[in-house]
Every structure is written in C-alpha cells, then in structure tokens.
Design a protein around this ligand. Structure first.
Ligand code: GYE
Length: 339
C-alpha cells in the first residue's frame, strides 16, 4: 500500500513537471536589456515591460539592468543569444556601436525590437518604438521664445544640463533646442552632461553657479531628475526659479514628481516623454508571431505641460513640416493619472 502511494506520488510529480514544462514551452521568451535605473522615467519604463510581459500574458521575461554601462549591455544581448530567447528588446544606452551584435542576433534568427532611444549605426532590427527627441528639443525652444515674448523678457542666457553623452535622447534634445537658440541669437553659456540623474543635475548646477552666478536666466534640464538636483543646488545658493523666480526652469519627461513641480510653479514647463512603450512592443511581437510585418517606426503620444495659461499652443517645424500642439496646464487629475 505504502509502495503504491509512493509510486502514485512520483507519477503525480512527473505529471506536474511535464505540465509545467509544456506550459513553459508555450511561453514566448523575451530578453530585455534595459539602460539602468537612473531616473523616474526609467522606473516607469521597466514597470511597463514587467506589467505587459507576464507569464499570465504568455511571456517569460528575462530582465537585465545594465546600470548605464554599454559593455554590460552588449554582454546582456550576447547572453540572450546564447539562451536562444525568442525576442530581444534593447533600449540602447548610446546610439552607436551596435552593428556587430545586431548581426549576431540576425544570424541567430532572433528578432530585435528597439525601444525609446535609437540605434543610429545599424538597421538590423524589426521595429523601434519611442519618442522624437529632436522634436522635444525644438518644442522646448519654441515654447521659450513664445514665453519670453509674453513675459517681456528680452535677453536669454541659458545653461543646459544634458542627459547621458552619446544617448540619442540627449543628442536630439540638445540639437533641437540649439537650433532655436541659434535662430533667435540666444546665448548658451554652457551645456554639460548630468547623466540623467538627480545627483548629476545637482553637481553640474553647483559648478554652473560657481562659474556663472548672476549671468543666466534659463536652465534647461534634459530630464526631471536632473531638474530636481538643479533645484536643490539653486535653492541652496539662494537663487529663485520657476514661475515667480529669476530663472526659468524647463524639464523633459513629465513624470509624476516633475508634473507636481510644474503645478507648484517650480518648473515652468515640462516636455513629456512617454515611457509606456510595452503595449506597442507587444503588438509588434504578436504581429511577428502571426507572420505579419509590423510598423518599423512607432511614435509614442506625448503632451507639453506648463504651469500658466498664457500660451495656447506651440508650432514646431520638423523636417520641413509644421506641427502645432496644444500646451496643457497641469491639474490634479493629470498628476494623478501620470506614471
Ligand atoms: O528622458 C531619462 C532617462 O531615454 C528618454 O532616459 C529616455 C531618457 C529619459 O533616464 O529620464
């Protein structure tokens, strides 16, 4: 009797294992080489993928936080090839140095989907889902022009705190803004890398204050976390900023905390970059699964947020085409609904 029980238990265990194994085999395996954990934006981006690519939804997600290190990111992709995952998602820390490893993915027959930042030296991927960072930089410049006019501010002396050097997000935002600054004859006193972090933003702002105190009236931070650091540095130095301050403070991302500062008037304007790409990536994967050809370029929808109701919209010219977009005054509902 005892012996039989043991046999039954063993059979049950074997059955159970084979059920799990076949369920696992049905899952689509995805390797995701994420940039790191440098910002609120990044946390929201990671969460978006972890929410969508769950076992319940039919996925097995292998997640690697590359801690803003390009070598780690290349290694992560190569490990995914070795594991023979079904798809690889890459958010490229920097925009170059990709062709070799993407060729290896192609040779292994693993489709790559790029999200957020772009890869600029290879086209060996199935699709890209993200934002137009140059448009964001242009929008920031056009807004500043219209805002300064509305406020009667004639001289514009800017300090820029850039994002990670070599990332397409920093390149696009820098170039877009610089195009308007040049057209308008503004002075960009300095433009340095704050690495998209709060500490980076604070350190760069502290050194800017030492070098340029009294000479600047605009600070452009290329993400919210840098803006929080810059605010701390300016507060400590007794420099006022925001809607009632001496310095116009502008940011990108528009995550919850950033929007709270727009609402309180500490940040004048925040140009959204939408991190919730995973549902669109899933669509691409499902199309590939069905043997269909997905859209190769998918842009996220985003808003431009302000504190004051003095301008209605901004028009930017992207690749010779005019695009008008409304400015949105931040409300409690908007803050609550944001990531
Ligand atoms: O703006 C920043 C993050 O690549 C668009 O990376 C993204 C940027 C985002 O660290 O907060």
């Amino acid at each position: 009797m005892k012996k039989n029980l043991v046999v039954i238990a063993a059979m049950a265990a074997a059955l159970c294992m084979s059920v799990t194994a076949s369920a696992d085999e049905d899952l689509i395996t995805i390797g995701f080489a994420q940039v790191g954990h440098e910002s609120d934006w990044r946390t929201a981006s990671t969460q978006s993928c972890q929410d969508v690519f769950t076992e319940e939804n039919g996925y097995d997600l292998q997640f690697v936080d590359c801690d803003n290190d390009s070598a780690t990111q290349l290694e992560a992709v190569r490990n995914f090839i070795e594991q023979d995952v079904d798809y690889i998602i890459i958010d490229p820390i920097v925009s170059t140095g990709w062709d070799e490893v993407l060729t290896e993915c192609e040779d292994a027959g693993i489709p790559v989907i790029v999200i957020d930042r772009t890869i600029d030296d290879s086209d060996k991927y199935a699709a890209w889902v993200g934002s137009n960072f140059t448009t964001e930089g242009l929008a920031c410049g056009e807004w500043l022009k219209a805002y300064a006019e509305a406020k009667g501010i004639e001289e514009i002396n800017v300090l820029v705190i850039e994002g990670t050097t070599g990332s397409s997000a920093a390149i696009g935002r820098t170039d877009g803004f610089a195009e308007i600054a040049e057209r308008e004859g503004w002075t960009i006193l300095d433009s340095q890398d704050g690495d998209f972090t709060q500490t980076g933003g604070q350190e760069i702002m502290e050194s800017y204050i030492k070098s340029y105190e009294g000479q600047f009236n605009v600070v452009i931070c290329q993400n919210d976390n840098e803006a929080f650091g810059a605010m701390d540095a300016m507060t400590a130095a007794g420099i006022s900023y925001g809607v009632d301050g001496d310095v116009i403070l502008v940011s990108f991302d528009a995550c919850t905390a950033g929007l709270e500062y727009v609402q309180s008037g500490d940040i004048n304007a925040d140009f959204e970059c939408n991190p919730l790409a995973a549902p669109f990536v899933e669509e691409v994967i499902q199309q590939l699964e069905a043997g269909e050809t997905p859209e190769t370029v998918v842009y996220m929808e985003e808003h431009w947020y302000v504190n004051e109701d003095i301008l209605e919209s901004i028009t930017v010219t992207v690749d010779g085409e005019e695009q008008e977009q409304a400015l949105t005054v931040v409300t409690d509902e908007i803050v609550e609904a944001q990531y």
